[in-house]
Write a new protein. Structure first.
Length: 562
């Protein structure tokens, strides 16, 4: 640093809170709960925790935060921990409680922003676990544009059932198998007792691990941190080092928006595509881009995925889980593959101070690993996501291409207003081979809350119909979903989208190669049906869900509130 370049003021925010005679009352409050003069003279780092006792994904974050705070103190700053909400997608799945999941993403972002602004933190490190806590924390960091880090709590280890590794998706699919007589009561009970054996997020390349990978590749999480398992001793060391790192970032004055750029987001999309990640990444990366003021479009996902081979043999579409990816080389191995295929923007800066190209160069690949294929042996020539449009989805929809080989399906519509009606039809064996199950009024505003359809899709697979049935919805799919599914259909039914026009027996065509989602109806007939359609009255039209329904935008733009 030259003599003429001023050093970054590490108390650039908190000085206004703690310094001077006129701030005596504020200091008195803080001294009463244990902060001394020396603590208050140092920069103050917000430790935004999403710890909660309602799920395994975030259950261990209270203990992990202690190591983060120890690292902050060791590096010469003062940590102040705050907490926010979290909703378990897996536990609430298939209930009205799932309507709160995507809503919680906005509440998480809002609450971290509010506390950070209110208490004038100089920097923020956020701890995340379950699906919506991960993008919610990063959305807040992008808004605040402070020196920032997001630390992912890590994945659960696999369970063991009848001699094989299992994850929670095995339980969801077992429900369908049980309903059709393919699994006994005793087997189902035994499986549920072993499938989730501790703390940590779902083990496959579901939404949590997809977003953790995406944000490590984006550069807002430390390199090599995401895939360290939740209950590994090394996670405590990762947390301590992350605490030290946020202080170093503060000293440099490196802020979130300097990291979250268009090229960095494109790197993250490439990682999602090449790993077969969750379709929810489309919603969440669009939302983060919006908060960071970056011009990212839904078609960017299609462009990048179509030119990126699928290399990650990861559950639910593949064989391996997050702990296997960690053993194979972790997220840096994915970065290395992107670099090898010429798809990596190497100059993007990360919170460690390294470029993402540096991280690719330093990646260590375990000899003989098969979790991430070499470029010479891809699972598929294209990535795991496609964006389709047509007279059902003029603003677009998202199709997951992992875990099946189908790229075309034409069949009769089986239309349901809401997830419960569709689930009942599946469990009563009223869905036939060749059908296209349509679930509407589950969009961001219509749900409200854009529920995931894992319970339905897993039951379809468990009933043995996964290769013969397609599904489309204005709601979402879990990252654990596999099969031929089109989600995020936009505009949604509640906002006058053409999905509202569909009726039982209409012929629908899902054509990935031509990027089309169409119904065999004229524009005039669609318009007439939409005009005549009356959506069912939502039982959840009060309180926070009502506010959300009034404020939320289209899924094609990230379902952000405005």
């Amino acid at each position: 640093m030259s003599a003429t370049t001023p050093a970054f003021d590490v108390k650039h925010k908190s000085r206004a809170l703690t310094d001077g005679p006129h701030r005596a009352a504020a200091r008195a409050y803080l001294k009463g709960i244990g902060y001394g003069d020396e603590d208050l003279a140092k920069p103050i780092i917000g430790v935004a925790n999403t710890w909660i006792e309602t799920m395994p994904c975030n259950f261990h974050l209270r203990a992990l935060a202690k190591h983060v705070k120890d690292g902050i103190r060791a590096a010469g700053a003062t940590p102040m921990e705050l907490n926010t909400v979290a909703i378990s997608d897996g536990i609430t799945m298939g209930t009205s409680g799932m309507k709160t999941s995507l809503v919680s993403r906005e509440v998480i972002a809002d609450s971290i922003e509010l506390v950070s602004r209110g208490h004038l933190f100089d920097a923020v490190i956020a701890l995340s676990g379950c699906d919506k806590t991960i993008p919610g924390t990063v959305m807040a960091l992008a808004r605040l544009d402070l020196p920032s880090v997001m630390l992912y709590g890590g994945s659960i280890r696999p369970g063991h059932f009848h001699g094989r590794d299992v994850t929670i998706i095995d339980v969801f699919e077992a429900v369908g198998a049980h309903a059709t007589g393919r699994m006994t009561d005793e087997e189902l009970h035994e499986l549920e007792g072993v499938a989730s054996p501790g703390a940590g997020a779902c083990g496959g390349q579901f939404t949590a691990n997809t977003m953790a990978m995406a944000f490590e590749v984006l550069g807002i999480s430390p390199a090599g941190s995401a895939m360290v398992p939740a209950e590994a001793k090394a996670k405590h060391e990762v947390a301590f080092e992350a605490g030290k790192l946020i202080v170093e970032i503060l000293k440099k004055g490196l802020t979130a928006r300097q990291v979250i750029t268009k090229p960095a987001l494109e790197n993250a999309i490439g990682a999602v595509a090449s790993s077969g990640g969750s379709t929810n990444a489309v919603l969440h990366l669009l939302a983060v881009a919006n908060e960071a003021g970056v011009d990212l479009d839904i078609d960017d996902f299609d462009r990048i995925s179509d030119s990126t081979p699928l290399l990650g043999d990861l559950s639910p579409g593949g064989t391996y889980n997050a702990v296997d990816l960690y053993a194979a080389g972790g997220v840096p191995l994915i970065v290395k593959r992107l670099d090898e295929m010429g798809k990596l923007h190497r100059d993007c800066i990360t919170v460690t101070g390294q470029t993402i190209g540096d991280i690719a160069d330093a990646a260590q690949e375990t000899e003989g690993q098969r979790v991430v294929r070499p470029l010479s042996d891809p699972l598929k020539p294209n990535g795991g996501i496609a964006i389709l449009r047509g007279n059902i989805a003029p603003e677009g929809c998202v199709v997951k291409l992992v875990g099946h080989e189908r790229r075309y399906h034409q069949g009769p519509a089986r239309v349901f207003d809401g997830e419960e009606a569709a689930m009942e039809a599946v469990l009563q064996s009223r869905i036939q081979p060749g059908d296209i199950v349509v679930i509407r009024n589950e969009g961001p505003a219509g749900g409200p809350g854009m529920r995931e359809m894992l319970a339905v899709t897993a039951a379809i697979n468990g009933a043995g119909l996964g290769e013969e049935v397609a599904l489309l919805t204005d709601g979402r799919f879990s990252g654990a979903t596999h099969g031929f599914m089109a989600g995020h259909v936009a505009p949604e039914a509640a906002r006058g989208g053409p999905i509202a026009a569909l009726q039982d027996g209409d012929t629908i065509t899902i054509d990935v190669d031509n990027r089309k989602l169409d119904v065999d109806l004229s524009d005039e007939e669609i318009a007439a049906r939409v005009a005549a359609y009356e959506a069912p009255v939502s039982p959840d039209a009060t309180g926070v869900l009502r506010k959300y329904a009034q404020l939320v935008g289209s899924a094609s733009e990230g379902a952000v509130t405005v």
